[in-house]
Design a protein around this ligand. Structure first.
Ligand SMILES: [Zn+2]
Length: 66
């Protein structure tokens, strides 16, 4: 049988069945998702910058020749 215990969030004394109370469960989940989104964005930005560099390098000799 599940037991009620205090929320694991520092300073929060709300009793809950899960690790965090409903409020902090949502907060922790939102923080994790935003961190994941930022990591994905950074990876995507790096890929885009690399692709742009490659395209510029490939295009440069032709531009110089003509
Ligand atoms: Zn809490």
């Amino acid at each position: 049988m599940p037991m009620l215990h205090g929320c694991a969030f520092p300073g929060c004394s709300t009793f809950t069945l899960s690790t965090y109370c409903v409020e902090h469960e949502l907060l922790v989940r939102a923080v994790k998702e935003s961190e994941r989104a930022q990591a994905a964005d950074a990876s995507l930005a790096a890929d885009t910058a690399l692709a742009a560099d490659a395209a510029l390098t490939a295009a440069a000799p032709e531009a110089a020749a003509s």
